[in-house]
Write a protein that binds this ligand. Structure first.
Ligand code: GLN
Length: 289
């Protein structure tokens, strides 16, 4: 093959000429991509902040960057989550690295973090466990907000743990990371609080066909009713909680009654459920007497 044949034009014709940032954003409208996402992708390609991007709309986009930008617009138009394309997601004020090995942290999970922080702030040095840490979002947010706390984070996936370790290091938060299938590697260890955002989507949930198909199934799906992991965590946690300690779990919008029943059946007390910003019951907690 000649060199020319290898260099098939990767860009649509209208992208051939060098373009300004402003023109590139206009052309991006031809893709089925939300305008805010198109802007964030251009910032990502050019390594510019929003302020830098809009300060000079006449700035020229080099050809290689234009080509890269078109590739990313195509990926986004095909449904790939923005966070996987940029490799970043903000959670609780933290800029986190994410990859397809981890669930993309959701705003709902900030509720879980807030509830635990306000309940634990009065303790001088709480021992906290984040079960199924994924990107490390919960563990790192808690470690940063509660400097006296000792935070342990477990995950079954070694690939997820690598992402979580990187995030903890980037934010300078000390977290003990352990590879563990729920509590399997924690024999004899007890905590003052356990938090989990486990997989809780039902196997046949139609929602799984959407954008979340790019995310790890192991972080989303948990049996026929979505409650397998919650059953295991709620039943297993008492062996790892100190007297008077709390377990908080995130769950599906329609799972609060089932989760409360699981708590009751396992002997917990003071069961409460909190609603997320959409007004949906999203986090339940209970105390071990
Ligand atoms: N809230 C997520 C979703 O429905 C599910 C997260 C989870 O299973 N922990 O997209």
């Amino acid at each position: 093959m000649t060199k020319l044949q290898c260099q098939a034009p990767a860009l649509p014709d209208e992208w051939q000429a060098p373009h300004s940032v402003g023109r590139a954003l206009e052309l991006a409208r031809r893709f089925a991509v939300d305008a805010a996402d198109a802007r964030l992708l251009l910032q990502h390609v050019l390594a510019l902040t929003h302020a830098q991007l809009i300060a000079r709309p006449e700035r020229l986009v080099p050809a290689a960057d234009a080509e890269h930008y078109v590739q990313l617009l195509r990926r986004r138009a095909a449904g790939e989550p923005l966070a996987y394309i940029t490799g970043r997601r903000e959670f609780y004020g933290l800029d986190l690295v994410v990859s397809p090995d981890v669930l993309i942290p959701r705003p709902e999970t900030e509720l879980l973090v807030e509830i635990a922080i306000s309940a634990l702030a009065a303790l001088p040095s709480p021992q906290i466990l984040d079960a199924g840490t994924g990107s490390g979002a919960i563990a790192i947010a808690l470690g940063r907000a509660l400097p006296g706390a000792s935070v342990t984070a477990i995950d079954r996936s070694t690939a997820a743990l690598a992402v979580a370790r990187e995030n903890a290091a980037r934010h300078g938060v000390a977290v003990e990371f352990l590879q563990s299938d729920w509590f399997a590697a924690l024999a004899g260890r007890r905590f003052d609080a356990i938090l989990a955002n486990p997989p809780y989507v039902a196997l046949a949930d139609p929602h799984l066909a959407g954008e979340i198909r790019f995310e790890p199934q192991s972080a989303l799906v948990s049996g026929v009713d979505g409650l397998d992991a919650l059953r295991q965590i709620i039943a297993g946690a008492p062996q790892h909680l100190n007297a008077g300690a709390m377990l908080w779990v995130e769950h599906g919008f329609d799972q609060a009654p089932a989760v409360s029943n699981l708590f009751r059946a396992a002997g917990y007390s003071a069961i409460t459920t909190s609603r997320d910003l959409a007004g949906l019951p999203r986090v339940s907690g209970a105390k071990l007497a």
